[in-house]
Design a protein around this ligand. Structure first.
Ligand SMILES: [Zn+2]
Length: 141
């Protein structure tokens, strides 16, 4: 992982670099703003995340300078980009008012996360496993 992302939890088992995740595992990352490869614009106060199912409310964007944030998942073996949950997980998650399930479900009060102490804390869960796609991947990158 680049040095501007710090994995807070879960931590890999001793001697391993791969994290084993279950759907219910909450992943917590810190983004260290001053280590970002591209300096954020002046006055930037946080990030805007996709308003997925577990984002409770929409934040007020007025007068704020925010960075867009997204997570891309690639198969560890095939390098293929995964953008949607598989049919089985789609069925399990069901289609709610907020629309179809997304691969990454952010957990946050608002879809805006403010910078605090030079860091931004991002929490999310995966809604689908790489092996679901049956394309030969057992992990995400
Ligand atoms: Zn799935």
């Amino acid at each position: 992982m680049p040095d501007w992302i710090v994995l807070i939890k879960p931590l890999p088992l001793a001697g391993e670099t791969v994290i084993r995740l279950r759907r219910e595992t909450l992943v917590v990352l810190d983004i260290i703003f001053e280590l970002l490869p591209n300096q954020p614009p002046l006055g930037c106060s946080g990030i805007k995340i996709p308003a997925t199912r577990s984002v409770e409310d929409y934040g007020d964007l007025t007068g704020k300078t925010l960075l867009g944030f997204c997570i891309r998942l690639y198969g560890a073996t095939t390098s293929q980009l995964y953008e949607a949950v598989c049919a089985t997980c789609e069925k399990r998650e069901g289609i709610l008012r907020k629309g179809p399930a997304s691969l990454i479900d952010f957990h946050a009060q608002h879809d805006i996360i403010e910078l605090s102490d030079g860091k931004i804390r991002v929490e999310f869960k995966f809604s689908c496993y790489p092996k679901c796609h049956q394309a030969g991947d057992n992990g995400y990158l």
